[in-house]
Write a protein that binds this ligand. Structure first.
Ligand code: CIR
Length: 269
């Protein structure tokens, strides 16, 4: 398989040289949400977003900050538009029709790094990046309202050609994305909610369970030396710190109103 210039293969699951983010646009007030829990405040979201980008940069990574896209209210959640692996990137096809146009807006940024190792998911397949967890040993994909078996079959073929194993699992009923309920801590260790872990999908991994009542803390990211998590979940922060991880907390109140969390805000590679 081809390696892109400057990429490392030491541990593709949490060592990253780069991230891509996109600035929130005023149209975020029209973003998708399962339930209306209030209007997202753009200024607060911009401050939180800046803190998130600063945390990524603080690890030494290069962060490509794309401009806001007023025409796509959910475009700040860049993770859903692509899967980035050391061998190549795959443009997703979001299951939410209002989000499908975000992919063409992301393609040039990825092409700049991946050149001709850029692949894509085609209709009638659908996948959103929030349903994919790349661990040290496999690509785990959760079926959801946004990700269908046809999309997963296409992805399995692509990543299989790159030497990865793909395993398909279920996302609990009523949970937006598979990763809404989990995050990778290192190649072998996953932070997960009890309701997701109960399905057995992480059997064989080391699992840290999010304390009850703090389910919204599960969607953390491991980015180089840091675990970046939503602020305000004291018991989860303590659990991670005690397990030896360096934790950075970012206010997530505004993204949470749109069912978004830490992983959604970046593509990492
Ligand atoms: C949506 O419903 O698509 C957005 N409001 C939230 C997307 C969150 N993305 C993610 O969890 N990867």
């Amino acid at each position: 398989a081809l390696m892109n210039k400057g990429m490392t293969m030491t541990n593709p699951s949490f060592e990253f040289r780069r991230a891509i983010t996109r600035k929130p646009a005023p149209s975020i007030v029209d973003g998708l949400r399962a339930e209306d829990i209030g209007r997202p405040d753009l200024d607060q979201m911009l401050r939180d977003h800046a803190a998130y980008v600063a945390a990524l940069k603080g690890t030494g990574a290069e962060v490509v900050e794309l401009p806001a896209l007023e025409a796509f209210p959910d475009a700040v959640f860049v993770e859903d538009t692509a899967l980035c692996l050391p061998q190549g990137a795959v443009l997703m096809r979001p299951g939410a029709p209002s989000r499908q146009g975000e992919v063409a807006q992301m393609a040039p940024a990825l092409a700049a790094f991946y050149g001709d190792t850029l692949r894509e998911i085609n209709a009638p397949g659908c996948i959103e990046g929030g349903d994919i967890l790349v661990t040290g040993r496999e690509v785990l994909v959760g079926l959801s309202a946004r990700t269908n078996p046809e999309g997963v079959a296409q992805l399995a073929k692509i990543v299989g050609d790159w030497g990865h194993t793909l395993r398909v699992v279920d996302t609990p009923e009523g949970v937006l994305h598979f990763k809404t309920d989990c995050g990778l801590l290192d190649g072998e260790t996953i932070l997960a909610t009890g309701r997701l872990a109960a399905s057995g999908c992480f059997d064989g991994y080391k699992v840290l369970l999010v304390p009850e009542g703090e389910e919204a803390a599960a969607n953390c990211i491991r980015f180089n030396g840091l675990v970046i998590m939503a602020a305000g979940f004291e018991r989860t922060a303590e659990l991670l710190t005690e397990a030896g991880f360096e934790v950075v907390e970012i206010n997530n109140s505004e993204c949470a109103k749109l069912d978004g969390g830490m992983s959604c805000l970046s593509l990492r590679f």
